[in-house]
Design a protein around this ligand. Sequence first.
Ligand code: MG
Ligand code: MG
Length: 282
Amino acid sequence: MFRKSIYKSAAQLRAMVEPGLITAAALDAVRPLIRAGVTTLELDAEANRVILARGAESNFQLVRGYRHTTCISVNEEVVHGIPGERMLQAGDIVSIDCGAQYQGWNGDSAITVVVPDDARPELVAQRAELSRVTEGSMWAGIAAMATASHIGDLGAAIQGYIEAQGPSSVSGLPYGILREYVGHGIGRKMHEAPSVFNYRTPDPGAEVKPGLVLAIEPMVTAGGEETFVEDDDWTVSTVDGTDGSHWEHSVARHEGGIWVLTAPDGGAAGLAPFGVTPTPIA
Ligand code: MG
Ligand code: MG
């Protein structure tokens, strides 16, 4: 059986820089528009506008049965929320997932933002904490990619980071990590082998070495880990109704180290607390 290598050449890694930057630009354009009163469809339109203006196309629109540029998941929705007429409200926690395909190569990234709410500072603080823990766990996983021997080391780093944060200030319970949804390889296709688990696994998984490009994307809840798919057949929500957060970057391991393709600074700011300095792809 012919199996395509999961490892990419240096030239292929270089080809993934631009779609990563376009994906980052789309999310950067959407971020300041996230406020009470905006619809999720309006945010989606802005992401699509930026991607098309850069000569790229939305890779989410290439997913069978999906016709939007982003997934936007609000409050108890964790991932795969469909943009629509829903109007964001003060205090909402909003995860936006987006990707661009450019000259046949893909980027994939997600951010979480909490809509300001002066009347409910405690709610905002709790939701900001969930987002911070989720983002931090993503950076822990990315940092591990600089030194890991196998992909399983990334899941251990992500879970270890989350456990070290202690219990959620909302539920008093440990933060939950979605088990059924995972990160993935990325390249010519948005979703490629191998899977990247956000938790410890008995199997060490594939070797981490130059040429590996992964979308690292922890999905974390302020409560239980059980989810269900809403009647729209896409949106993944928590069973217990607690909030969810999702952060994601596409990251390359190359001969010189690691580089976060979907961050304009290559991940320098996010990796600094972990003592890792990203190196541009030569
Ligand atoms: Mg994504
Ligand atoms: Mg992804």
